[in-house]
Design a protein around this ligand. Structure first.
Ligand code: ZN
Ligand code: ZN
Length: 258
């Protein structure tokens, strides 16, 4: 399994894209910064999208990817997410009000976007992977996904989340954990209210992982608040040292082979 980080940040600025992962070149997980990261032929390989929640920074490029897919090769993208997320995305983002209705373009018989729901605790085979959706604590209904390839390699991506994501640990056994740190420890209270993690909270959640599972997977941090990146990097490095764990910040175009 090869995981490519398309976007590792909370904000889009020159050199930094919004949260998105690409698995084996074909399975897209969240759609923040996608089309500016990939050539057209790379975009053509994407057939399947998983969304963790409806927030704009995780769904925005569904529009630009659908546009390229629909216009240039009349392809189809199957979007998997909880019904709550799909309802919002189909009502506000791709419904034709601001741009094309990709649920009916180029035709109702063969639209660019097809939606399939996967509810929390649901398990499905998607694009050849075993996908398990688990509820993630955030400011809106959200899930994380454990994605396991046919040869048994497994990663868990929490999506946006805050304290209490440890409730998921009992269900998973990944070799790689991709999660978020949106801001520095000094903003901990605010981050918790907004449904995000700081390094201090991450440490608590990872400590619980180790207690329960007797190991810690490699951890990659994305959804990094750009303005605080250096501080976050230092605070995450402290946690890595304290836990003697492999925890690093992800970055645009980073590739991880499992
Ligand atoms: Zn969010
Ligand atoms: Zn976000």
């Amino acid at each position: 399994m090869e995981i490519r980080v398309l976007g590792a940040h909370l904000s889009e600025v020159k050199g930094a894209r919004l949260t998105s992962l690409l698995i084996d070149g074909a399975l897209l997980v969240d759609a923040g910064g996608v089309t500016s990261a990939l050539t057209l032929s790379e975009q053509k390989n994407i057939r399947t999208v998983l969304l963790t929640h409806h927030h704009f920074d995780h769904t925005r490029d569904l529009v630009t990817l659908a546009a390229n897919t629909g216009y240039y090769w009349q392809g189809q993208l199957t979007v998997h997410a909880p019904r709550y997320t799909l309802d919002i995305v189909t009502k506000y983002l791709v419904d034709g009000t601001m741009y094309m209705n990709f649920l009916e373009y180029p035709s109702k018989q063969k639209p660019t976007l097809i939606c399939e729901d996967i509810e929390p605790y649901g398990r499905k085979t998607i694009a050849g992977y075993d996908v398990l959706a688990l509820p993630a604590r955030h400011s809106v209904p959200a899930v994380g996904y454990q994605i396991t390839s046919g040869d048994g390699r497994s990663m868990f991506y929490t999506g946006d989340t805050t304290v209490g994501i440890s409730d998921c640990w009992q269900y998973i056994s990944p070799q790689l954990l991709i999660t978020e740190v949106a801001g520095p420890n000094e903003y901990g209270d605010w981050l918790k209210k907004a449904g995000h993690l700081c390094a201090r909270f991450l440490k608590e959640e990872l400590t619980q992982f180790r207690q329960l599972k007797k190991y810690l997977p490699r951890v990659i941090i994305i959804h990094v608040g750009n303005f605080f990146e250096q501080k976050i990097k230092e605070e995450v490095a402290e946690v890595a040292q304290e836990l003697e764990a492999d925890i690093n910040l992800g970055y645009e175009d980073m590739k991880i082979t499992l």
